[in-house]
Design a protein around this ligand. Structure first.
Ligand SMILES: *[C@@H]1O[C@H](CO)[C@@H](O)[C@H](O)[C@H]1NC(C)=O
Ligand SMILES: *[C@@H]1O[C@H](CO)[C@@H](O)[C@H](O)[C@H]1NC(C)=O
Ligand SMILES: *[C@@H]1O[C@H](CO)[C@@H](O)[C@H](O)[C@H]1NC(C)=O
Ligand SMILES: *[C@@H]1O[C@H](CO)[C@@H](O)[C@H](O)[C@H]1NC(C)=O
Length: 269
């Protein structure tokens, strides 16, 4: 028997290695593409592909209240573990920028959700903070909003603060109607489309945020870099009471009211 030629063996090993490299390159580009999934919009997610609820693991009180809302309103919430202002390892990685730790943590939480929208291949997602209250007929309201929503949008503010009334978009006879956004603040109830998430990841720099996340979005909406719509009057508001201080302590305390509050209906005061 002749001894196998070491050069042939070497060439075979090189070939196997190259084919492995090529196949992993293909996998890599598939992952980058993150094809958008076909998800049938459901009332359980208010007509969006998904509902994220930003929740700090130690605010179990808020999570309990959100669970009660979900069960009464028949909604599916995906609790997204928020970055905390005590998370020093995160700040070591991303830096503090010019923001306070709680604003910084809030910024990074929302940024990570935009990433998740792309990674999960979602068409869009509603992002809620865990201190919200809904109109009892929120499902009917969002059904109407989806009917009026133009095909292309980046962000949609179902809740907001200090938003001015822009150009009317729908011609429905319902109470909560759709307008072009002018300069919506707050991030307690807004939806982001897949394109919107891509744009935001491109435009926001998590390493050097100068503004709180809502102001960073507002600035780009005002400049028309982001196509955005807002609902007036808003059917999702921030719920604030004496025993429910905000986790972003320096935020302005503002009260807005609903026509028919679900939390009040459930006995919260
Ligand atoms: C979703 O909710 C709307 C408004 O309440 C209702 O008209 C519609 O039938 C619901 N859809 C499903 C599939 O239950
Ligand atoms: C939701 O209920 C309010 C009254 O609480 C009403 O004004 C509004 O038109 C309703 N919206 C829809 C879409 O049914
Ligand atoms: C709203 O506008 C659309 C198209 O512009 C039209 O088809 C529809 O009939 C209008 N609805 C109402 C209630 O005016
Ligand atoms: C508020 O919502 C509840 C639950 O859907 C309903 O029973 C009640 O009639 C509503 N109240 C008003 C004033 O619309």
């Amino acid at each position: 028997m002749t001894k196998p030629n070491p050069i042939i063996i070497f060439l075979i090993i090189i070939l196997i290695y190259i084919s492995y490299l090529i196949s992993s390159l293909f996998e890599f580009s598939n992952n980058l593409q993150n094809e958008i999934k076909e998800i049938k919009p459901s009332n359980r997610t208010l007509g969006f592909d998904h509902i994220y609820v930003v929740n700090l693991y130690y605010r179990t009180d808020r999570r309990d209240r959100m669970d009660k809302l979900a069960s009464y309103l028949d909604l599916d919430f995906d609790y997204f573990s928020a970055a905390s202002r005590y998370d020093n390892s995160l700040f070591r990685k991303y830096g503090y920028g010019e923001l306070s730790p709680s604003r910084r943590a809030c910024y990074l939480s929302h940024y990570m959700i935009y990433k998740s929208i792309i990674d999960e291949g979602l068409n869009n997602a509603l992002i809620l903070e865990d201190d919200v209250d809904f109109e009892t007929n929120i499902t009917a309201i969002t059904t109407e909003i989806h009917r009026s929503l133009p095909d292309y949008w980046d962000t949609l503010y179902i809740g907001h603060c200090y938003e001015k009334i822009g150009k009317l978009v729908d011609n429905s006879s319902f109470t909560n109607r759709l307008y072009e956004s002018v300069m919506p603040a707050c991030t307690h109830a807004y939806a982001v489309s897949n394109w919107g998430a891509r744009k935001l990841l491109e435009k926001l720099d998590p390493m050097v945020p100068h503004d709180a996340i809502d102001l960073a979005l507002l600035e780009r909406i005002k400049n028309k870099e982001i196509t955005s719509y807002s609902v007036h009057p808003m059917p999702i508001i921030q719920w604030k009471s004496e025993d429910n201080p905000s986790d972003v302590p320096e935020s302005l305390d503002t009260y807005f009211s609903l026509k028919n509050s679900t939390l009040q209906f459930l006995g919260y005061t």
